[in-house]
Write a protein that binds this ligand. Structure first.
Ligand code: PHB
Length: 359
């Protein structure tokens, strides 16, 4: 067999992808009232359907899972209907789309929570930093530690959200286990001080994540479930005392399930330091396709796939400003730059007005 590259098809769990160029999950804050994805969001994803796979922006599984304004959820009938229009549009263009299941945990604020309650977390540890509430920046607050008997309810919320995603026509789901949100707060040692069977040793810290992944597999079948991890990302004030061991444990624990893929944000979004984790070892610990992410360009992505260091690569920013990214990469055409000012706010501008190449 010849050396694979970004344009070599691949079997990903239950799906056949025509290329290995994945659209990374990207928070865009364009949802309508009720956190419902609207017509602009339909157009945005339709324009990007040539990706081998689209992973949707992170979508809260329940009201308590929200931490940012205008993020589309997957817990109400109106949200399911909104997402259905998105998946129909992507499928009509011949594409495939997974929904990313999200719960922000402590990365929220009472003004974004039902009844103004404190956000929930594994432990009552306040994150450093500030949260955008929609009307300004506020300090994070000390979250409420979830009681042991509340944890089955968290798993149940993810399970229901996976069922909703299925009803909305998604091809599968990606469990967001990364970037300092709820499942990562349980997993990494800096944010989990629990003394029950969900805290302490890595087997315990990984328990909630593994239960959530298992629940998603029961809904979709493992071949339609991916997991996203970020072993050394310090974004959202998080860290782990031994990321190599923690994340290799998770990769090994999830391997027997036969998931569609392991998606890894490599390195640290908050610094330019070279990655300290050995990602080749992490990949080796996982029995399934490995999707690499974080700042890859065509040359690095091609080299990673050719060497076997990665099976697919997820691109974020380039997909914002290049809706036809696979065609551009194939043609070695110039890439348009994305405007950061419209990443997280605005309507059409910076969202659906980036043109495809003239052909
Ligand atoms: C963000 O809104 O900045 C954000 C959301 C989800 C992530 C990472 C960043 O996983």
């Amino acid at each position: 067999m010849s050396t694979p590259d970004l344009f070599t098809s691949i079997r990903l769990g239950a799906l056949d992808l025509p290329n290995r160029i994945v659209m990374a999950p990207l928070t865009r804050n364009r949802a309508l009232a009720g956190n419902v994805p609207g017509p602009l969001t339909v157009t945005y994803y339709r324009q990007r359907a040539s990706a081998g796979l689209i992973v949707s922006e992170a979508s809260p599984v329940c009201a308590e899972g929200h931490g940012y304004p205008r993020t589309p959820g997957i817990h109400s009938a109106a949200q399911v209907a909104g997402w259905r229009a998105v998946t129909d549009a992507v499928h009509a263009e011949g594409g495939r789309i997974f929904l990313q299941l999200w719960h922000v945990g402590r990365i929220s604020h009472p003004s974004l929570q039902p009844d103004g309650a404190a956000p929930v977390a594994p432990s009552a540890l306040k994150p450093a930093g500030q949260v955008w509430t929609g009307s300004g920046l506020s300090d994070y607050v000390t979250p409420r530690a979830l009681a042991r008997d509340e944890l089955p309810g968290i798993v149940a919320a993810y399970r229901q959200a996976a069922m909703n995603a299925k009803e909305a026509g998604f091809d599968g789901v990606e469990v967001h286990g990364a970037n300092g949100y709820l499942l990562d707060q349980f997993l990494r040692s800096s944010t989990n001080r629990r003394d029950d069977d969900y805290g302490g040793a890595v087997e315990n810290r990984a328990r909630l994540l593994c239960e959530v992944v298992q629940a998603a597999c029961e809904v979709f079948g493992a071949g339609r479930v991916g997991i996203r991890l970020s072993p050394e990302n310090r974004f959202n004030d998080i860290g782990d005392e031994n990321p190599q061991a923690t994340f290799e444990y998770v990769a090994r624990a999830l391997s027997p399930l036969g998931l569609a893929y392991l998606h890894v944000l490599e390195g640290d979004m908050t610094s330019d330091a070279a990655p300290a984790v050995d990602y080749a070892r992490l990949k080796a610990a996982f029995a399934g396709p490995y999707m690499a992410n974080n700042g890859y360009d065509k040359a690095r992505a091609t080299a990673a796939i050719a060497s076997g260091r990665a099976d697919l690569v997820a691109f974020g920013r380039p997909f914002i400003s290049n809706p036809d990214l696979p065609a551009r990469l194939a043609a070695d055409a110039p890439l348009a730059d994305a405007n950061p000012k419209t990443f997280y706010s605005g309507e059409e501008k910076g969202y659906i007005d980036y043109p495809a190449l003239e052909n």
